[in-house]
Design a binder for this molecule. Structure first.
Ligand SMILES: *Cc1c(COP(=O)(O)O)cnc(C)c1O
Length: 443
């Protein structure tokens, strides 16, 4: 390991967490509620590109991007400039009182780059969960129907409605009920655990359940992540999304693609929905990667759907904040200018070749999957498909101790997901993979 340990980008100079982080964490535990967790309690002082520097001077290669948020890279120059200029000009008016340009500019870009060639409109919010909540509100208003369908292994947020939409009750929902009603969970297409059924067959299974259990006439919308994030980067079998949306559209049901984790260049296309031929969601929820770390989210959808609420029904004090919107415009302009999607596409084969080699050597890896810079490995007990979360815990810990920030995922906690900033260099990416390989070899 000594060669990688001395490399410039990654630098571990103390125990992890270091002494200053440990002190800060002790203080935090007396001041911040316990429900706010901490995966790796090293306190980050600054970051650039794909490198996080903590208060003790340790440098980590970031393979998580704050869960897919700093996709464009930490302290991206264009974002820093846009934010700096905007913050000195105007920080708030409340868009629904007296509007400002960056809000409209970001909507215009999102209307142009989201899937579907139909006329679109957008509205901006603060968080992913808030975007999901609003997409459901708008779908109910437009259709006049009450119910929604969500999928096994899904994650949609931590508000009351989105807790009801999540697959996992622990930790997200335990003790927080009662939850919103009218939410129905149906089987997802999960190729690794589905046997050999096709996307069409998996869709038929879900549709059968919807028709028997819910009834299309009650159903406002299907909400689906085109690639599931927290669920463990589950890529549905080809044809699944299209077959579902064909059924939905034949039955007056809207399709909402939750692109909060998979969208905005992460998978090598502008939105993950675009990987599936003919799949055109009626509405898309967008957040995480859209503004380089500034908090903002969006719902973009068919114009007639987005126009169904009356003025005053949609909004919020901070929604579409001018500084966050300016950051969003800066990110989206860079992606449109070219090179960013290509970078995500180039990261895919690097991660695949490294991880497939680890899989061939270590049967504890059951599957490598994902698209672009959104790639995961699922851990099993060798020779079976039994989830192996203990292996994940050990690998994650080893990586953290050795200066590579990785995140777990999955319904069974047995997935490690990689979603690096696209600003990561090939050398940094390979160095991170060297550490992951050493971690797996050490099991
Ligand atoms: C993170 C996430 C959310 C929730 O976003 P927040 O900003 O944390 O509220 C919703 N859906 C998906 C797919 C996500 O990954």
């Amino acid at each position: 390991m000594s060669d990688v340990l001395t490399a410039q980008s990654r630098k571990i100079v103390t125990a992890i967490p270091g002494p200053i982080s440990q002190q800060m964490h002790q203080h935090r535990m007396t001041q911040v509620g316990f429900g706010v967790g901490a995966t790796l309690p090293v306190y980050i002082d600054h970051a650039h590109g794909a490198i996080l520097t903590d208060v003790d001077g340790n440098q980590f290669i970031d393979m998580g991007s704050g869960i897919g948020v700093t996709t464009i890279g930490h302290t991206n120059e264009g974002v820093v400039r846009a934010v700096t200029e905007q913050v000195a000009k105007l920080t708030h008016t409340l868009f629904t009182v007296t509007p400002y340009a960056p809000y409209v500019e970001l909507c215009e870009i999102l209307n142009r780059v989201t899937p579907g060639s139909f006329a679109k409109k957008s509205a901006l919010f603060n968080s992913g969960a808030e975007a999901v909540e609003n997409a459901v509100k708008i779908a109910r208003k437009f259709t006049g129907r009450p119910d929604i369908v969500v999928f096994d292994h899904a994650y949609h947020g931590r508000t009351n409605l989105t807790m009801a939409m999540n697959f996992k009750i622990a930790p997200y929902g335990n003790g927080f009920g009662p939850f919103a009603s009218g939410v129905h969970h149906v089987p997802m297409s999960y190729p690794f655990r589905d046997g050999n059924i096709t996307g069409q067959e998996a869709a038929t299974r879900a549709i059968h359940y919807i028709e028997k259990r819910v009834g299309a006439a009650q159903l406002a919308a299907i909400v689906i992540e085109p690639i599931q994030g927290e669920g463990g980067f589950i890529v549905p079998a080809p044809g699944f999304l299209k077959a579902l949306s064909d059924w939905a559209h034949a039955n007056g049901v809207l399709v909402i693609a939750d692109e909060i984790q998979a969208g905005v260049a992460r998978t090598g296309k502008m939105f993950a929905s675009m990987h599936e031929e003919g799949f055109e969601p009626d509405m898309v929820t967008i957040a995480k990667g859209v503004a380089g770390g500034m908090p903002i989210s969006a719902v973009t959808g068919r114009a007639e759907i987005m126009d169904s609420p009356t003025p005053g029904q949609i909004g919020g004090t901070f929604g579409g904040n001018p500084v966050a919107a300016a950051a969003g415009v800066a990110v989206m302009r860079q992606i449109e200018a070219g090179g960013v999607l290509e970078r995500a596409q180039a990261i895919e084969p690097i991660l695949y070749s490294r991880l497939e080699a680890m899989k061939a050597a270590h049967p504890v890896i059951g599957e490598v999957r994902g698209r672009g810079a959104m790639i995961a490995i699922e851990f099993v007990e060798p020779g079976t498909k039994n989830p192996n979360s203990a292996a994940v815990d050990a690998v994650v810990k080893f990586c953290h101790q050795n200066g590579v920030l990785v995140l777990n995922a999955g319904t069974f906690g047995n997935v490690i997901r990689f979603l690096p900033p696209l600003a990561i260099t090939d050398a940094q990416l390979n160095e991170a993979m060297d550490v992951v390989a050493a971690a797996i070899a050490s099991l």
